[in-house]
Each structure stands twice: as structure tokens, then as C-alpha cells.
Design a protein. Structure first.
Length: 117
């Protein structure tokens, strides 16, 4: 019985490790967002680090490059690498990518009618 439980526990741990990327960072403009938004959006950034980001921004002006965030106490290279794709510096966040409309099959009635016209 204990072996089955260990196997189940191991399987759940493996499944959870694959699910972790699903909880990855959410895009956030670090030059406009408040500390609560930054903390919710970036992986490995809690409320105190997010407050430090906002305090640094208020003292030194807007961040221009991702490397500027490394000047904030508690923000290291691995945190920046993990959140690289989610950190924004200006403008609004990009809109979600639109899906391409489905292409009509060449053999469809509409395609044949268009060819005959």
C-alpha cells in the first residue's frame, strides 16, 4: 500500500513540475504598474521586492533596460531571466495575437464558384 502511495505522490510531483510553466509571469509594464500588480505578475517577485522596484523607479526615473532592474536590491540575474518575456518598459501591453482565419479548401463549392465567375 505504501508503495502505491509513493508512486502516486511521485506522479503528482512530476505532473506539478510540468504545470509550473503554466503559472509563469504575466506581462507587466514596470514603469507604470503599482507594487501589487508587479508582485502578482512576475514570478519570484513578492510584495517587498515589488515595493523596492516602485521605490527605485520613483527615486531614479523609469527603467529603460532589463539590466536596470538588477540595480534594485533583491533582484538578481536569474529573476530577470525567468521574467524576461513578461517585463515591459513603455506603452500598453501588446494585444493578444489574432488567429489566422481558416483557409477555404480548394475543392469547396465557394472556391469553385469564385473560379467560375
Amino acid at each position: 500500500m505504501q508503495t502505491k502511495f509513493r508512486n502516486l505522490l511521485a506522479a503528482l510531483a512530476v505532473a506539478a513540475s510540468f504545470a509550473l510553466p503554466a503559472f509563469a509571469a504575466t506581462p507587466v509594464n514596470v514603469n507604470k504598474a503599482d507594487a501589487a500588480t508587479i508582485a502578482k505578475s512576475l514570478d519570484g517577485i513578492g510584495q517587498s521586492k515589488a515595493q523596492a522596484i516602485v521605490a527605485w523607479r520613483e527615486a531614479h526615473g523609469p527603467f529603460k533596460r532589463i539590466e536596470d532592474l538588477a540595480q534594485v536590491k533583491g533582484i538578481g540575474k536569474s529573476t530577470l531571466e525567468r521574467n524576461h518575456d513578461a517585463i515591459r518598459f513603455s506603452g500598453d501591453l501588446p494585444p493578444p495575437k489574432a488567429e489566422e482565419p481558416a483557409k477555404k479548401k480548394a475543392g469547396s463549392r465557394q472556391a469553385k464558384a469564385a473560379q467560375e465567375s
